[in-house]
Design a protein around this ligand. Sequence first.
Ligand SMILES: Cc1cc2nc3c(=O)[nH]c(=O)nc-3n(C[C@H](O)[C@H](O)[C@H](O)COP(=O)(O)OP(=O)(O)OC[C@H]3O[C@@H](n4cnc5c(N)ncnc54)[C@H](O)[C@@H]3O)c2cc1C
Length: 467
Amino acid sequence: SAGGRSHVTDGTSALAAATLAGAFDRGADGEILLTREGGHHRRRIAHAGGDATGAEISRALVEAVRNDPGVELIEHALVLDLLTDADGHAAGLTLHVMGEGQRDGVGAVRARAVVLATGGMGQVFSATTNPAVSTGDGVALALRAGAAVTDLEFVQFHPTVLWLGPEAEGQQPLVSEAVRGEGAHLVDAHGTRFMLGQHELAELAPRDIVAKAITRRMQEQGAEHMYLDGRHFGAEMWQQRFPTIFASCRAHGIDPVTEPIPVAPAAHYASGGIRTDRHGRTSVPGLYACGEVACTGVHGANRLASNSLLEGLVFAERIAADLADRHRRGALPERAVDVAAARAARPVPLPAPESRAEIQRLMSRGAGVLRSAATMAGTAAGLALLTEQAHAHVAEEKPADPRVETWEAANLLLVATALVAAAAQREETRGCHWREDFPERDDAHWRRHLITTLTASGGPVSTPEEQ
Ligand SMILES: Cc1cc2nc3c(=O)[nH]c(=O)nc-3n(C[C@H](O)[C@H](O)[C@H](O)COP(=O)(O)OP(=O)(O)OC[C@H]3O[C@@H](n4cnc5c(N)ncnc54)[C@H](O)[C@@H]3O)c2cc1C
């Protein structure tokens, strides 16, 4: 992700081309080097700067945007809600500008179309690989705007995140699957390789299999983490092939050359999101979604490692083509309606910013890697209480101060509530949604999506799609 929040108001051309022009690692013969990750039978993943691929892609993208005179950037601005015209067509956005840029305060942007690219929602859980800004803002905005959201229950947990201690919260460093792809082993505290015999790919089994195996082993042994052993790589390979991970381990007092790395699963990728068609269009005319915020359907119930950046590239291109076809010309909408304000009989409940940690704890405790009706009921009750409290503060005219942290907490609360409702409703195990009380896949009832929308009172409701 790029550093601060930013909103691109116009122009998407050449971004994909610029990204592809990024400096991927190449071999002596000039060919792009490829590696493997979970579920891959062959090397298919390009990388840059060893293990700094995301940074390089962001660099190329940011450079392309800055060099494009057709793009106006408003940085350090938090997108709040959708504006529509009288026909319900997307007409712009409300923004909370954080005071670090040139324009200060809360304002609005008018537009002939809106593309949401706000990323994931990993911050609904205590332990996540996602940055602090991945608070599900786009999905919450879409729900408030009346758009359909789907597949929220399919959260991919990355099996190997650096374990930083029992109290660690928020973004945690990823120990990339490529480390296992290059031959590191998962072991328990006794040094036993517990993935052998569990899957033909052992440590490189798909992420859900490895995350579940680690979680189960942790539960069986009463351990807080397992270990990833890459001591046999030696110092040179660690430094050259995995410089970022190596530095991150060292910064936390672990030397992967001489000791196994403590690892545990953490929320990594939201396969669900705002429902789109193959052109990135959502159910609200003129509103598009791209990247992790979207659910295009290409990841099914369980994203294959490294397909998300590819999805972003493909759908960005398609959205750009659709925008050029349908929205290139025409006047900006004269009048715009704040959909969330117009829809809600009462204002959006703003929980106290401190509830962020409570939301995360509730979600990790009851709706994480292994879920059941009982664990999720506790989580749902806790979230409902936070929502009630936020409503009560509004009714008592003591709402939380509307600032970035409050908006983010409100978005986290809404998205977490919607996620748990969908996960509780899907009484089967499929892809990365694992129900301890329904361990089988049930195609007869559940080979379909759950579509989530908001009711008139502002609560999420999930409806199984017609077959
Ligand atoms: C550690 C890690 C490693 C990964 N490795 C890989 C990999 O190797 N291959 C792969 O394919 N995928 C990988 N992924 C997944 C992939 O990086 C993400 O799915 C992808 O970056 C999402 O891109 P995006 O453009 O949708 O969102 P992001 O890159 O998250 O960008 C979203 C942007 O929107 C901004 N934003 C959010 N909310 C608001 C708001 N309300 N107002 C204004 N701006 C807002 C954010 O600040 C951010 O700049 C990895 C993810 C992580 C966390």
